[in-house]
Design a protein around this ligand. Sequence first.
Ligand code: HEM
Length: 232
Amino acid sequence: MKTASGRAFNPAFSPTPNQLAAVKTALFAVALIPLASLAYGGFNDGLGANPIEFVTRQTGTWTFNFLLITLTVTPLRALSGQHWLLRLRRMLGLFCFFYAALHFTTYLWLDQFFDIDAIARDIVKRPFITVGFAAFSLLLPLAATSSNRAIRRLGGKRWQALHRSVYLTGILAAAHYFWLVKATALIYPLIYAGLLAILLGWRAKKRIASYGPFPEKAGASLRPIRFFRSRP
Ligand code: HEM
């Protein structure tokens, strides 16, 4: 496609460093709104009858929200051609970890009062805690290796392989959610699991497509194998 001046039109917007910094600052501020709203509720008696449960649930929900938002960046970039979106992915992933850490800390501190024995027993005994703990443990190395230095040290391929564990984190998070809700409230984990399935399915399809066409489709250059030089 060409513009009025005859130059090729590139639909991909490429922000200047200042514009990108502005977008990142705005995103940072927006991502802190759930925390601000919890803090506001805490100071104004607005966390309901069971504040600990409320905070645990809110931080858990926002962990899952940021996980899904982070996983949306790659397909969104591929479908829109807006490659700069990738520059926001690290911040979104770190916010997922941030809310997971708050969620876990709420459980450790306000729910279990740092009683290590009780926590260890709970992790072994209650499957939804086991699975949540596994999901959180998988997020730790991803957060620890999110810096440019860590990427350089690990090398792109190993870094990518490590960060693929985020798909397993998503599956564990969905299992955690299904396990903890009552049968009457299954609609919420179903929605989250459905969105996760779409995001993982899109990646699986891309991966399969990247292996290239099957030999039949590859065409004429392939000849059938001959077992005999001449007919027996
Ligand atoms: C990636 C990690 C995790 C994600 C995405 C996650 C997500 C969630 C979600 C979505 C909820 C339900 C919110 C609602 O009912 O609206 C929840 C609740 C909960 N999670 Fe997690 N969670 C994670 C890790 C953990 C860990 C490590 C623990 C503790 C060891 C934990 C303990 C809990 C508890 C106690 C509840 C509340 C259960 C209840 O109200 O009965 N979660 N979490």
